[in-house]
Design a protein around this ligand. Structure first.
Ligand code: PLP
Length: 284
């Protein structure tokens, strides 16, 4: 297995960065996870566009040209022989003596890893997954995909300990912001697909954007607005989206079934349409 660090492909176990990398000390870095399905990168353009935005928001330069990054991603996937899995791309501000202020002229650190993945089990797809709800304790720039993921890590751990797949984070006003590593959606009793609008309060998922486009193309009624946990409980369907989960049915929220407690038709239609759009069969 190979990883990429600042210009070199290294055996995964030997790949390392310096102890004074600002990613390590300040979580001063951004990342992307791009899924490979059937040998194809899913939504690659969207992920590169969001990486560009994250870098600009943190005033970091591109570590290599975007065209070079594409080549590195392909090369790493090929070297690892991955046809179903993901590439992880991380850029930090680089190595500098520990100081909160930005270093004057430090080269960014670029790290890529790649691994095989089965994404979900067949059972998770057939039965849907469960989520718990937790308070959203994150900062107010959730639109930047930074490596500062402690709140999400705590949330996912809590979900795992509760036997759930994901935790939906809830703002003090009672509205669901998003999952710890996914966006949250419901289908109302009227059949409208609802997800929170992009703002500083959520990460604008690339899968989210593609699903919105696909849903509109299919003529499915869509509303981008916040929804409450109570509304989710009363919904006909619930689902989550991310690069690795595509559109995945959520059939239990805090232990209570959503609708009839089975994956909903609209969710499954969106998942199929998304994968058709990527150009690959469902890997699950
Ligand atoms: N929201 C959060 C907080 C995430 O971490 C992620 C992905 O990891 C998403 C949403 C989904 O984004 P994407 O569809 O681009 O994977």
């Amino acid at each position: 297995r190979f990883a990429y660090v600042n210009g070199r492909y290294l055996p995964h176990d030997d790949a390392a960065v310096h102890i004074e990398d600002r990613g390590f000390q300040f979580a001063d870095g951004v990342y992307e996870v791009v899924t490979i399905v059937g040998g194809r990168f899913a939504d690659l353009e969207g992920h590169l566009a969001r990486l560009d935005r994250s870098l600009r928001e943190l005033r970091m330069p591109w570590p290599v040209k975007p065209t070079s990054l594409r080549l590195i991603m392909r090369e790493l996937a090929a070297r690892n022989g991955v046809r179903d899995g993901m590439v992880y791309v991380q850029v930090t501000r680089g190595v500098a003596p520990r100081d909160f202020r930005f270093p004057a002229d430090t080269a960014p650190t670029l790290v890529l890893t790649c691994r095989r993945s089965r994404f979900q089990t067949a059972r998770q797809l057939a039965e849907g997954v469960s989520v718990i709800t937790i308070p959203d304790i994150r900062w107010l720039r959730r639109d930047i995909k930074t490596v500062g993921l402690l709140a999400q890590s705590l949330g996912k751990q809590k979900a795992a300990e509760a036997g759930a797949y994901e935790a939906w984070q809830v703002d003090p006003d009672g509205t669901v912001t998003e999952g710890c590593s996914s966006n949250a959606w419901i289908v109302t009793a009227e059949g409208t697909l609802v997800t929170r609008p992009a703002s500083n309060l959520i990460l604008n998922g690339i899968t989210r954007l593609s699903l919105l486009r696909i849903a509109r193309d299919l003529g499915i009624p869509v509303e981008e607005r916040p929804f409450t946990v109570a509304e989710a409980h009363a919904a006909r369907e619930a689902l989550m989206s991310s690069a690795g989960s595509f559109a995945l049915p959520v059939t239990r929220i805090d232990g209570k079934p959503v609708g009839e407690g089975r994956p909903g038709p609209l969710t499954l239609r969106l998942r199929a349409a998304y994968l058709a759009d990527v150009g690959a069969p469902d890997p699950v």
